[in-house]
Design a protein around this ligand. Sequence first.
Ligand code: C2E
Ligand code: MG
Ligand code: MG
Ligand code: MG
Length: 293
Amino acid sequence: SVKNDTRGGYSFYTPKMETKFSQHLDLEMGLRRALTNHEFVIHYQPQFDTDGHAICGIEALLRWQHPERGLLYPGDFIHLAEEVGLIGYMTEWVIDTSIRQMKTWVDAGIAPARMAINLSALDLKRSNLVEEITQALDRHQLAGQYIELEITENLIVQDINIATQRLTALARHGISIAIDDFGTGYSSLSYLHQLPIHTLKIDRSFVQDIVPERSGRSVIDAIIAMGHSLELTIVAEGVETEAQRHWLAQRRCHGMQGYLFSRPLPTEDVARLLEATATRQSLDAVLPGVGRE
Ligand code: C2E
Ligand code: MG
Ligand code: MG
Ligand code: MG
């Protein structure tokens, strides 16, 4: 640790840090290459209504198909992309690609109500964000109503005025806003009045804490009650068990996302799932066969 390394003087830079530094450089060069070589892909995770029969939404989740390291997840590279200033290019690509995909599904008559796209903390700061999104909608001839942007509470409170300005402009185009990982961020709730928020996504950690026997006394109970009273759509993340699904359905949570229903899936697999719901085929017949990440 740094404490041990500095004990004898000021030698702060250790071989271990050097390795870490060059790993960062590799990763940064890798990210630049990935952008030009089209190594990013999007997997889509459906959101289900509470009885698990209908798909009400779908979330675009970024992956990096690394030529040597295999499929990488956002946790492996988003933070660095933010640090080195590449996140904006990645967001732009995600926006364009997921909007184009949604348009295809709308035309095929199998689109769910909304496609959710995650924004990074730095995206909201960009003055060109609103234009970037509305231009992508124009380019692909898709109505804003089909798009939901997922942002975190921390992102909003960093600059509430900028957030209000940008999100209000986006809402004027019919785009809806979801608060992602709700309950884990900054705790002031005053922004809920100030911003055009449509959806609360309850963080997975609260869903994991659901204890069926104990009712009406948990944080997640309070979150759901608040969501109802503010007339927001409530979506639970990370639903993994039937007991959790049942508990959430009883409390009139509107949507659920999690491994119990489906993992994030490559485009072709999720398209099969959408087709099955659109044609009222039994999802049970399709789900076991769909690909695994
Ligand atoms: P998130 O937006 O909260 O997305 C939910 C994460 O939970 C996803 O991880 C998803 O694969 C995972 N998940 C879904 N259901 C379950 C479940 O039942 N159990 C468990 N244990 N996990 C589940 P993923 O795809 O690794 O993404 C992690 C985070 O990276 C996302 O969290 C989001 O904040 C960020 N992210 C993903 N795509 C993008 C993107 O295009 N741009 C930006 N800026 N961030 C992104
Ligand atoms: Mg999300
Ligand atoms: Mg989330
Ligand atoms: Mg989360």
